[in-house]
Write a protein that binds this ligand. Sequence first.
Ligand code: PEP
Ligand code: MG
Length: 555
Amino acid sequence: MPTGLGVSPGAAAGPVVQVAPPVRPPADEPAPADTDAATAHVLDALASVAQELDARAAGADAHAAPILKATALIARDTGLAKAAGAQVRAGKGPANAIADAVAEYAAQFEALGGYFAERVTDLRDVGGRAVAAVLGVPAPGVPTLSVPSVLVAEDLAPAETAALDRSKVVAIVTEEGGRTSHTAILAAQMGIPAVVQLPGATAIAEGTLVAVDGDSGEVILDPDMAVIDAQRARREALSAALAAVSGPGRTKDGHPVALLANIGGVDDAVAAGAQDVEGVGLFRTEFVYLSAQTMPSVEEQAAVYREVLAPFPGRRVVVRTLDAGADKPLAFANLGEEENPALGRRGLRLCEARPELLESQLEALAIAAKDTGADVRVMAPMVATVDEAAAFAARVRAHGLQKAGVMVEVPAAALRSRHMMAEVDFASIGTNDLAQYTMAADRMEGALAHLLDPWQPAVLDLVAVSCDGAMHLGKPLGVCGESAGDPYMALVLAGLGVSSLSMAPSKVPAVRLALSVHDLDECRALADLARNARSAEGARDAVRRAAAEELSRVL
Ligand code: PEP
Ligand code: MG
């Protein structure tokens, strides 16, 4: 098996469960010759979906069972069956009849709002399953797992990944995706080892035993016990080395580089709060609302934020306002189809047309901050101009929140760092998007991973310019993109002058170890080596070769 890209650390072995891709009704499906038979086919498909969901509900836990039962009721809804029957009589084949009836129903649910709008995702799930049933192909999405398994998929949608049962998924392997795709981010967040971009992954037979190494990207089919034992021994040696250092991030000579957690919701916050981190450097608030159909009220938001902040009294929590759009679509926060969503009205830009999104979030955060005593700092995503930064900071302060910041994800923000930083209290570099926009390479496009590489010297140059601006004004500048969790890159970033590194908590120990065995001057020298390289591979190799042997021996 070729090697993929390891994006979430750890190793695990288990049987493969394939996740079937979404099913689309065929465009050339013929009109039914016998409408009664076609209608019966549709009804059978809906009934089989209802039965399947009931069976899953019977084996599910107390949280999932009622959701699955409610979804089964949608599949049994007589109105949906009638709507599909009407489509058949209008000349549609069974698969298209179901898809069109679901689309019609979804529009009605959305118009009704409230509880009904919340059910649109479940309705679409029923539709996808029923279309698969009439076509006789596997139902899309993550199947119910009876034993701890390795999930294999072409790719996983963010909402799908977020809903995974952590106790049953021992590792994730995808054929597509990339270092900064949200599957990778969420897997690391959940502490599930993951490998992306593994050619041929979806062709691995269901049930095959595989050993997955989320560090090296290696996936071994039918491993013998010796391979599994060797994997375990290596992990144990690494764990022992990592456990030997603890506490705040510091270089060998004591220069502080705060180690912070990236989180996406209450579960992550509770888990991170119990770990050896100095706080949260990025709370991706949009992750809480990936499946929401309607905008949450101020009270609903405040309730969630309170739970997220509660584990961090006295510790910093950097909250990012909604970064909706492009790779993180939110049903209630979009302005319709765009030709190029990644370059469109996403992130902070959305709030010009929908100011209530920002205002309600800030109001809810101010309430939650007061109630919990966490050191809340609020930053905006996708900031491109100094005026945007100033306007955002003014809104944050108007809500009584003390510290306002911006993400540096757009090259313009990096290049204008001095002016941008003058308007805010802090900034955080999002290397995922900074790489995307610097290299003009879509972060969803696995085939462009070599361009999206944060080791690209052009990206490092922009990080360096940002740091110069921050240091000139004496203001804190962190990194919260995935590159902060790469121990070798962490050394380069420290050498360039960043004051904090925020990452999935599973990545913190290796970064802490890396910093502890290099002094600041060594980090600066490594940063020079990386920036003087001709290519991303050249930069990475030069730093790996020059880094302390104590590190390369265990990583
Ligand atoms: C980034 O772009 O690096 C970042 C941290 O934000 P996200 O990955 O959520 O876009
Ligand atoms: Mg980003």
